[in-house]
Design a protein around this ligand. Structure first.
Ligand code: SF4
Length: 382
């Protein structure tokens, strides 16, 4: 509960509002008045569009994240709103009073109930790249067209399907209503799910046009896999670039072909190289994702060597991103079963950290000007 109501810092930004009663408490809200993130009692919190609340803390130099239960989320919402009430009571003439009314129109319960509105518009969103958490996600497709990589559970039990232009237009309108004025916070469009960009251009272009009409002035981003993306000719990628596609995210995982095959992911080093050259030729930015620790102790050395060899040949430059993503093994996965069959040991956290450094150092030596960044899939939030 509020204990101090003097020295408020109030900040009405173009797309969000921040209030801070003291150095220990900072709360930010979208333009619909819903909390986005806050720092309170030594912990950082974030609310997703589905009103899931995640706490974050640094322990021993490592970031740890956890999801709050509904009861805990309600307590947090109560706390956030109590500070907003305290501001109105102690400073009725404050500089953000119009926005404060939007914030105080919410209750903890109505904030939690945003989950139902979210679920009415979206099917589950499994993953996004870390630089794409603050975007408008639009689901042109559902699931992954392959869905058979042994390590991946993002789209399990979801047959791949594509929305018709009519169904997509309805979805896009629903997303716009859900976001309300908060859409100002989200400066680009992410075309989901796993492989939306593989749709033939005659199907994809009308969907992009619908998205851009509802959310104008935004660039488009999306995932694509090597083995499906390379089937699209470079002219088609050029057309998509002209329509506003800016960057594609490729789950490359490894440059070591036998490991890729062992994980049942189609594609090869050579295909990746050709595909990424095509994308660059089309004027697109590219982000590749490498799984740090994939293939455990059995593949570790070859995974490092071949991946670095591949990265050194890629035409990646400023604006491109190389994500290093610590591998997460799901105990029930086919990957885990196959690993047990060959007595493969997962890398320890220390070994994975060492492999991360090997990749980072090797990429640095390749003199690429692409950005290298960490990608914790468990920190994904939308
Ligand atoms: S890793 Fe990519 S291609 Fe493989 S199943 Fe998952 S989403 Fe599909």
């Amino acid at each position: 509960m509020p204990t101090s109501t003097t020295d408020w810092l109030l900040d009405a930004k173009a797309a969000s509002t921040a209030i801070s009663p003291n150095r220990q408490e900072v709360y930010s809200f979208d333009l619909a008045g819903r909390p986005i993130s806050w720092f309170s009692q030594g912990k950082a919190y974030k609310r997703s569009l589905a009103s899931n609340v995640f706490g974050r803390k640094t322990i021993g130099g490592k970031r740890r994240r956890w999801q709050l239960s509904n009861a805990e989320a309600l307590i947090q919402f109560e706390r956030v709103l109590s500070w907003a009430k305290a501001l109105r009571e102690t400073q009725p003439e404050n500089s953000i009073s119009g926005r404060l009314e939007h914030i105080l129109a919410w209750t903890p319960e109505s904030l939690l109930a945003e989950r139902e509105r979210f679920n009415a518009v979206y099917q589950p969103i499994s993953i996004l790249p870390p630089d794409q958490y603050q975007v408008v996600v639009l689901q042109a497709t559902f699931g992954c067209s392959w869905n058979r990589c042994t390590f991946c559970n993002f789209y399990q039990n979801r047959p791949f399907s594509t929305k018709s232009p009519e169904a997509f237009a309805q979805h896009v309108r629903g997303v716009a209503e859900l976001l309300g004025p908060a859409e100002n916070l989200r400066r680009s469009i992410f075309l989901a799910d796993g492989n939306a960009l593989i749709l033939a251009n005659h199907k994809l272009k009308p969907l992009i046009q619908i998205a851009k009409k509802q959310f104008p002035g935004r660039d488009i981003y999306g995932f694509v896999d090597v083995f499906s993306g390379e089937k699209k000719p470079v002219q088609d990628w050029t057309q998509l670039h002209e329509l506003g596609l800016r960057r594609v995210y490729i789950g490359l995982e490894t440059g070591h072909d036998p490991l890729l095959e062992w994980m049942n992911k189609p594609g090869s080093q050579e295909q990746a190289l050709n595909f990424i050259y095509s994308l660059k030729h089309a004027g697109l930015q590219v982000s590749i994702i490498i799984m740090v620790g994939a293939g455990g102790d059995v593949f570790a050395k070859a995974h490092e060597e071949d991946t670095l060899k591949l990265i050194a040949q890629l035409p990646l430059v400023k604006g491109d991103i190389i994500y290093l993503s610590p591998f997460v093994e799901h105990p029930e996965s086919l990957y885990a079963q196959k690993a047990a069959e060959i007595s493969m040991r997962q890398l320890t956290e220390a070994e994975r950290d060492a492999q991360f450094l090997t990749f980072r150092e090797g990429i640095h030596q390749s003199k690429t000007t692409a950005r290298v960044a960490l990608y914790h899939i468990q920190e994904f939030i939308y």
